[in-house]
Write a protein that binds this ligand. Structure first.
Ligand SMILES: Nc1ncnc2c1ncn2[C@@H]1O[C@H](COP(=O)(O)OP(=O)(O)OP(=O)(O)O)[C@@H](O)[C@H]1O
Ligand SMILES: [Mg+2]
Length: 362
């Protein structure tokens, strides 16, 4: 089990100075609106993503007090894993409008990547609720982000495809050598195919984790399909079809200055297995439960690979009824790692009252 057992914050957003020694695996942060609950979780999320869980610009993390912006911020944690403790920290320094970001392990300069080798923070915040209602491209972006976190190859393939795509469009616009365009399209098709395949493999694995592990909480199924589905298992045929489509679309793509045929052809839908209904037709609370379940299944992949992680759930109880909350806390407990929750009212944590460590920000 991994846990943060001490946190010290200096000048991170609303927290000019915050310190807490934490005990246990369930951390419940509560307090009124605007007291700094999300900021506290965000300060931890920064270890895993240097835009934080809200995707802010670096300059926005410095504390702004009476219209004076601090030039220095630091977050320092003692991380406990099994029977040893490590100090992990980061600091941001704003010097002549240039922001330097440094990470440290046991006070020795290190990198974010090295910290991710020690611990990963996985979160769900209300900002992510939109995944359930904003439409197909938001769902796809979310799933791609999850898979990228699990698989560096997938991340690389997405960025390789983007580079090749840009190269192809430039060649088309500038009336480039046709042979060269064909070579680029061939390369694109191979990467395209890999992306489709990797998406399906990872989605299959998330679906089976949901089926096998989320015994008391919402079971989901992620469905994925596109027009190539019938030939998707035949690599040569599929790659050939992609090459053909890219060729057919050349003049269209030149006119609109983008690749109209891309791995975005995948349609991703979420299905509520308990209701037997597409998530789009589910209630707000049911949709939130599906989202929580997807994050839990994602966390299970970390657990299965023995990658240490800590979970951050901001505004956990919004849209979730009491019975579901109890089930959810049970599911998180099975993951056997630390989980942080926030809520405006201490009462929502009643069911874990005896186990939780409370942080009252009032
Ligand atoms: N750079 C900053 N410097 C100082 N304060 C900031 C900065 N950025 C945001 N804040 C303030 O921090 C306060 C706390 O924000 P936070 O989102 O953590 O509140 P919260 O406790 O999660 O509230 P809610 O219950 O509404 O979600 C807000 O009033 C916000 O305006
Ligand atoms: Mg908040």
């Amino acid at each position: 089990m991994a846990s943060v057992e001490q946190i010290n914050i200096k000048n991170f957003k609303s927290h000019s100075s915050f310190h807490s020694n934490i005990e246990g695996s369930q951390v419940a942060v509560f307090g009124n609106n605007g007291i700094g609950k999300t900021n506290l979780l965000e300060s931890l999320s920064f270890f895993s993503n240097s835009k934080g869980m809200r995707g802010n610009k670096l300059e926005n993390f410095f504390q702004n007090k009476n219209e004076v912006k601090s030039k220095f911020l630091k977050v320092d944690c003692v991380l406990k894993q099994e029977n040893y403790s490590t100090n992990i920290s980061y600091q941001l320094v704003n010097e002549s409008d240039q922001i330097n970001k440094d990470f440290f392990i046991d006070n020795k300069k290190s990198s974010q990547q090295q910290i991710n080798g020690l611990i990963n923070f996985i979160w769900l915040s209300p900002h992510m609720d939109k995944i359930m209602y904003e439409g197909a491209s938001t769902r796809k972006a979310f799933i791609d982000k999850l898979i990228s976190n699990l698989d560096q190859n997938f991340k690389r393939n997405l960025s390789d495809f983007k580079k090749l795509s840009d190269e192809r469009i430039l060649l088309l616009i500038n009336n480039g050598d046709k042979k060269w365009i064909s070579i680029v399209e061939e390369k694109m098709s191979k990467v395209f195919y890999k992306i489709l395949l990797e998406r399906r493999q990872k989605i299959l694995s998330l679906n089976s984790l949901s089926k096998n592990y989320l015994t008391t909480f919402k079971k989901f199924q992620i469905n994925i399909e596109n027009n190539l589905e019938e030939i998707i298992s035949q690599e040569d045929k599929c790659v050939e079809e992609i090459i053909k489509m890219l060729f057919i679309n050349r003049s269209l793509d030149e006119a609109v200055k983008r690749n109209t045929f891309s791995p975005s052809i995948d349609q991703i839908n979420f299905f509520d297995c308990n209701k037997n209904l597409n998530a789009e037709l589910c209630s707000t609370g049911e949709q939130k439960s599906i989202l929580l379940s997807i994050i839990l299944a994602f966390a299970w992949t970390f657990k299965q690979k023995h990658i240490p992680f800590i979970m951050l759930f901001d505004e956990i109880s919004s849209h979730i009824d009491e019975k579901n909350m109890v089930n959810f806390f049970n599911e998180v407990a099975k993951l056997d790692t630390q989980a942080w929750y926030t809520g405006t009212d201490k009462k929502i944590f009643q069911v874990i009252e005896n186990k939780a460590f409370f942080i009252d920000l009032a």
